[in-house]
Design a protein around this ligand. Structure first.
Ligand code: FUL
Length: 511
């Protein structure tokens, strides 16, 4: 019990470093006082903004995962920590090929499984023998973390590490402080020897160690080390910056608020409900349809900007398995995932597992290329560019289509609805709308609709709830030159930074 209390206290102190917040202070967190009225709570929610690191992270849109390690050689998804390091031998390992392939497909950051649940370290950690240093690969002189981080830094994309708190190899696991110190030591190796680290990924799995004991993680101490050594890095999952979207399908939720009650952040709860060895057990906290509606936030003790990361693998498994070579997700499927992850106010984290040779496989590279060409074909031109926009109560309506996400269309203070009449220079055919809120000032929109003028009437062609960083909605093809965007309700004055109309290429789903 004591451990849990310490852990909660530690986490709370990270969220609430200051004991009080001015009601309108622009911060990424706020305390709800018992005396706060309904309207005050909504106003507080509306004024929460992302931290600088959260905003930068959100703008990445596409990030890639590399699951690689002893499981690649045992053909397993979860190793037990008893693997012989001699099995690890990626004779053709070429991290540049991994990073180049994802960069060419539009990905802006990668995360490497430096240590998965088996405890095998992809770097020569001085704190364990279960690592590359005891493998035949490069005669024990190799370092995958170095090769991947070097490739990222050379190619100018972000680099992150996945470090599993659950270590099935360590004899210290379950001893409390000793294990936490061991974990801090490994974190320090990763955060000091490999240049800039942009994301640290903690997953929730917490099983028994080799001694049959469970470990209580000292998250507060770990977060402190990360903030000290790599302050720009976002901490995922069990951490304070970025949350798991709640599914591993790649499809985010329809209504996705980046502002959620802090009550959802009890790490012990997340941990208890995280993926178990035998079955995936969804958590009521993180997988529900509604994490941040008015109903949820009015009951909260605190609110925090805590955006969703949507992780999914390009193959059925997270690690490479030869028998899944025929099951690599198609470009059309990846596009659909993109529309439902980035297009639902999330960041996509797509896993592409390197194979036994230490290379991304041809099938994966081919489909990544196909995905990129679908993205390029779809987004090559905003069909609403050049539109004339009229809004009787609007401020800077042309900001909607100026291609600059830092300028926005808004209305006078205190208005929570808005209408913009969009006249295209000539008739255009499209089947998708992409909206963006100016989230640097918060997330406000609760519902919106898009109508087109058919010549005789205004016909609704799309409708949605939240927008957030980006919201994409597809619909049957429409040809029109006059549209009406309506913000039907918002927590505070809406600020819409971009309005885009696009045409997905014919038959894209089957590509
Ligand atoms: C989960 C892990 O148990 C899986 O093996 C995988 O690493 C996934 C991304 O996170 O919690």
């Amino acid at each position: 019990m004591k451990g849990k209390e310490t852990l909660l206290l530690g986490l709370c102190s990270l969220f609430f470093v200051h004991s009080s917040f001015a009601q309108n202070a622009k911060d990424n967190k706020v305390i709800i006082e018992p005396s706060d009225s309904y309207n005050t709570i909504i106003q507080k929610a509306a004024n929460i903004v992302p931290s600088e690191r959260q905003l930068k992270w959100q703008q990445l849109e596409l990030t890639a995962f590399f699951h690689f390690g002893v499981n690649t050689y045992t053909d397993k998804e979860w190793g037990d920590g008893k693997e012989n390091p001699q099995i690890f031998n990626p004779t053709k390992l070429n991290a540049k090929q991994w990073v180049e392939s994802v960069k060419n497909a539009g990905f802006k950051q990668v995360i490497l499984t430096a240590k998965h649940h088996d405890g095998f370290c992809l770097w020569p950690s001085q704190y364990t023998e279960h690592s590359v240093k005891n493998s035949p690969w490069k005669n024990g002189k190799g370092d995958v973390v170095k090769e991947v981080s070097d490739a990222c830094h050379q190619l100018g994309i972000g680099f992150g590490v996945y470090l599993s708190p659950w270590d099935r190899n360590s004899a210290l696991y379950g001893t409390g402080k000793q294990y936490n110190d061991y974990f801090v030591n490994q974190l320090k190796e990763l955060l000091t020897n490999y240049g800039q680290v942009d994301e640290v990924w903690f997953d929730g799995a917490n099983g028994e160690g080799p001694n049959g004991k469970k470990q209580i993680y000292d998250f507060a101490a770990w977060f402190k080390v990360i903030r000290e050594l790599q302050p720009q890095a976002v901490i995922f999952g069990m951490g304070p910056d970025v949350r798991w979207v709640g599914t591993e399908t790649g499809y985010g939720r329809e209504t996705e608020w980046s502002v959620v009650p802090t009550d959802n952040l009890d790490p012990a709860l997340i941990q208890a409900n995280s993926q178990q060895e035998d079955a995936f057990k969804p958590t009521g906290d993180m997988t529900g349809d509604d994490l941040g509606s008015r109903d949820k936030i009015v009951k909260a003790k605190g609110l925090v900007w805590y955006p969703a990361e949507t992780d999914v693998s390009i193959r059925p498994g997270w690690f490479y398995h030869a028998e899944e070579d025929e099951k690599v997700k198609t470009p059309g499927k990846l596009m659909d995932i993109y529309l439902h992850s980035v297009g639902r106010n999330g960041v996509l984290l797509l896993n592409i597992p390197p194979n036994k040779d230490g290379l991304l496989s041809d099938a994966d590279i081919k489909n990544l290329k196909g995905f990129k060409s679908l993205l390029d074909l779809t987004f090559k031109k905003n069909l609403a560019a050049g539109a004339t926009i009229f809004s009787s109560q609007g401020i800077n309506p042309s900001g909607l289509v100026d291609g600059n996400p830092d300028s926005y269309f808004t209305v006078n203070d205190n208005d929570t609805t808005a209408t913009a009449l969009i006249s295209l220079p000539k008739k255009k055919t499209f089947n998708m709308v992409c909206l963006q809120e100016f989230i640097a000032a918060g997330q406000e929109v609760e519902s919106w609709s898009l109508e087109c003028n058919t010549g005789t009437e205004w016909k609704e062609i799309a409708r949605g709830t939240t927008i957030g960083y980006k919201r994409m909605v597809t619909f049957p093809e429409v040809t029109a030159d006059e549209l009406r965007l309506k913000i039907l309700s918002a927590r505070e004055t809406p600020k819409i930074s971009e309005f885009g109309l696009y045409q997905l290429p014919e038959g894209w789903e089957n590509k």
